[in-house]
Design a protein around this ligand. Sequence first.
Ligand code: ADP
Ligand code: ZN
Length: 632
Amino acid sequence: MSMPAPSSSPSVESILGDVFGYAAFRGPQKAIVDHVVAGGDALVLMPTGGGKSLCYQIPAIARQNAGLGITVVVSPLIALMHDQVGALHEAGVSAAFLNSTLSGEEANAVEKRLLRGDITLLYAAPERVTTPRFLAQLDALYERGQLGLFAIDEAHCVSQWGHDFRPEYRALTVLHERFPRVPRMALTATADDLTRADIVERLQLEEARQFVSSFDRPNIRYTIVEKTDATAQLLRFIEREHTGPEGRDAGIVYCQTRKKVEDLAQTLSKAGMTALPYHAGLDSAVRQNHQDRFLREDGVVMVATIAFGMGIDKPDVRFVAHLDMPKNIEGYYQETGRAGRDGLPANAWMAYGLQDVVNQRRMIDESPAGEEFKQVMRGKLDALLTLAEATDCRRVRLLGYFGESSTPCQNCDNCLQPPAVWDGTEAARMLLSTIYRVQQHSGISFGAGHLMDILRGKPTEKVAQFGHASLSTFGIGRTLSEVQLRGVLRQLIAQGALAVNAQAFNTLQLTDLSRAVLKGEVTVLLRESVSTPADRKTSRAKASAVPPAAASLDEAGQQRFAALKAWRGEVAREHNLPAYVIFHDATLAAIAARAPQSPDDLQGISGMGAKKLDAYGEEVLRVCNAAPTPAE
Ligand code: ADP
Ligand code: ZN
């Protein structure tokens, strides 16, 4: 790929077909590729799974073919660079990475290849890119006209409003200042306006053309359930939706604390799953090992804090579950987006409860950040709470948050099973007036448990101690269940009609909005609390016996598919790469469906590029024809 041959350069379409084995560009890919090949700057906002990698990989190949030199890909994902480069090698593209995992000798070898022009794509961590040594090497390439493109991946890392702020990204402005003639593209799956504006400003991309895709992920089903017993709920969810005769699906479960991660990983393991913990407190070798196993083995459930996941390009993650609520919609969208990159059905499932609201509010209040920052964070949290409490389409709200309008999706819990809504205005007034009276009576505030006891007329010790049985509201909420009252409480807090004072034992206090509710000026429509979410039927069929990619194959096809998968596993182990880097499930399924007899039969299968056909074609034919055929 390194010989300049501008006149006979293949078109970007033929690179797509020959190198990657794909028939057509997706969505805005073509426009982006053309713009960058021609030397334009670009800001690419595309959801996870949208196909960002090709947006810089194809221009990199095209520009190298045209004699314009190498592409430097700046990425914070050190742990994944090895696999990314491995995937390019499999496709026959010359690529390398430079990061702290290489020995001095290995790094020297890469630098030599770099200066020889023997690399098409070089992946490097931001802290590496901005060292004087590396910049001097880029100078040498620049002078010879051999610096073809900068691709800044995960560009939201430059912004403190993004969820993965990396101060090293700020130093990347040097690229534009020092190499003004080299086109730059920044790519991210983070869509909110604040972050986008920040990326443009921080990376000086004012002149760059912006390519904004739809952020919809139609294959992801969103479900948010009320948290009762989170672990039991999660177990039931995985059992019901992600367990089949062939085993379990791969998934990610997010929890807030390291301890919870550890405990839950143990619980899931005891329940027979392959569940691995991942958090920043683990030794880095253990973390890397767990990540490798998640990427390389089938059916691993990763139990993790948000330290896990950025850049994970495993295509067949079938579910992402949240046992604790993220900080904001960006985080929720980003984390859930790791499910279903391959476009096949996947679940985003979250259990959410009163304690989540309280914890998140407290973390903001107690953070050392300035008041202005806290205000922004509170606003973002409130948007997520609104999503969690919503009784209408989750997707419409999610996309609405990112400025996209849409119609009800028929693929979220609220669309599939519209929740019952009840008028909670009266219950809300009872609750608020109890808080008011208790405060008047005792001069102090109380927490949720005691207030509910008063409402439900329970003669507890505390009630006796403070004489709260004498209050006019004692027992007026007898007809309401505890679950209902908790629902009212949570939703009032989520809506800002009640405040939780974290500094004073999580006591509840009235807000300006509570007065409006008390006066009857506001109607409070509440989501019917569901005491046993497990009993709720989802319209989805039980997990099928076969992976979704192979669902439409006949019996002989299934046999070929299984044989191909086993073969792929061996190749992947030999190459020390995840299986999907060799071939995706979808590619194996397409091969199995075709029952190929000759190399010609393998032409035009999506994901089968020229290099792979050459390297694996014969093996694939052999494996297909050796697969047992089902008995008559
Ligand atoms: P992102 O980085 O945006 O999350 P990727 O670049 O990992 O997404 O692409 C997601 C998946 O879609 C990958 O498996 C990739 O091979 C596949 N893909 C991307 N573009 C195309 C295309 N034009 N045709 C077929 N598959 C594609
Ligand atoms: Zn919906």
